[in-house]
Ligand binder design. Structure first.
Ligand SMILES: [Zn+2]
Length: 367
């Protein structure tokens, strides 16, 4: 590193201590479900634990509640309830370091008290098993957003697919899918369009009365991948008042990344994550991740971009971004590209707080 780079890294570290830093998507809940895994211990593998979050200056982490689908009836709700319970137990066990958060105010209070906020997010609309009552149960338990689909179509919403674009099933949202969006609006739960097909995206935008978010999605203009958003979609999220949270998965970011197929991914998941070297030894350069942020910032501005790493949900992340303790490297790179600390404070977390508040306000008006 030259002197300017060292200065940027030092400034980024200070900024991360001062600003509220929020990551809207990790899959570390998978580790929490393992009785032998302790979030307060230091881990050589994995992307997220308390010490890594502290080192990265992370103030709030959204923990995805997720089960691989398609699911047998009843198993989605069971899995979601167990994970929600476990997130709560984790916070209680480490209440000196962690705190449960549902609102922007909760996150601000966590920052003031020097604790890290854990926020519940539901990933995959199939986890409500076609029941608005179950959706309301998740909202009452603290869910801050619902990702409408995951890697496959639900009974009421088409997915983008993860490895390749899927053939449409419904052509977007069904009538019940629209009801789900309206109920989310009414509950003040954010509608997350990461993982949805372009047609579902269009129908969500037509239906929602509140800002929408993409909790973990990158830019199609930088890498034409089915999990990424086009510039038009990003402009639409911004126009709703929402935010696009850039995903760190190397395979979504990097056109030069070797393809990882579903079977390989499955094998990696079944091993409980861990060493990604079993998949490939190719490493995506950090500059590719920075290119996605740069592009999004140019297209929709600093008020509508943020961080949705997908840590612990994806095996391969860029170099110099090996886990969440390395987040200041991203901030340093964006400072080097000329973005101001004020702009980056928005990207690091202030935007998410604004959208959480706007969704709560919309809920008050609707209910
Ligand atoms: Zn995901």
């Amino acid at each position: 590193m030259n002197n300017t780079e060292i200065e940027h890294v030092a400034a980024a570290r200070q900024l991360h201590q001062r600003a509220i830093v929020i990551d809207t998507h990790c899959d570390t809940t998978m580790h929490l479900m393992d009785d032998h895994w302790d979030i307060s211990a230091k881990h050589d593998t994995g992307h997220v634990d308390i010490s890594k979050m502290r080192d990265g200056g992370v103030d709030a982490m959204f923990f995805a509640v997720w089960a691989p689908g398609p699911i047998e009836p009843g198993t989605g709700i069971e899995a979601a309830r167990a994970q929600i319970k476990r997130i709560g137990e984790t916070v209680q066990r480490h209440s000196d370091l962690l705190v449960a958060a549902r609102t922007a105010e909760d996150i601000r209070n966590a920052h003031t008290s020097g604790r890290i906020a854990l926020v519940i997010a539901i990933e995959g609309g199939y986890l409500i098993e076609d029941s608005l009552d179950i959706l309301r149960e998740y909202a009452a338990a603290g869910a801050a957003y619902l990702t409408l689909t995951h890697a496959f179509h639900t009974t009421w919403a088409d997915s983008s697919g993860v490895h390749e674009r899927l053939e449409p099933l419904h052509g977007g949202l069904t009538d019940f899918g629209r009801e789900v969006v309206r109920e989310l609006n009414r509950l003040g739960v954010m509608v997350d369009v990461s993982h949805v097909s372009d047609n579902t995206f269009r129908d969500v935008v037509e239906t929602t009365a509140a800002p929408i978010i993409a909790s973990h999605s990158s830019c199609r203009a930088v890498h034409d991948h089915c999990r990424n958003l086009s510039d038009d979609m990003m402009r639409t999220v911004a126009a709703s008042g929402g935010v696009v949270q850039i995903n760190f998965a190397a395979m979504f970011l990097d056109p030069d990344h070797p393809p990882i197929d579903r079977t390989q991914m499955r094998r990696w998941w079944d091993r409980g994550g861990g060493d990604p070297g079993v998949l490939t030894d190719y490493v995506t350069p950090l500059t590719v991740l920075v290119d996605h942020f740069d592009h999004a910032l140019q297209v929709i501005g600093p008020e509508h971009v943020g961080i949705g790493s997908d840590f612990d949900g994806v095996p391969l992340v860029p170099g110099q971004m090996e886990d969440c303790s390395k987040l200041p490297n991203l901030t340093a790179a964006l400072l080097a590209r000329g973005y101001s600390e004020q702009d980056l404070e928005l990207v690091l977390g202030a935007n998410v707080l604004r959208v959480m508040e706007a969704c709560r306000d919309a809920a008050t008006v609707l209910s």
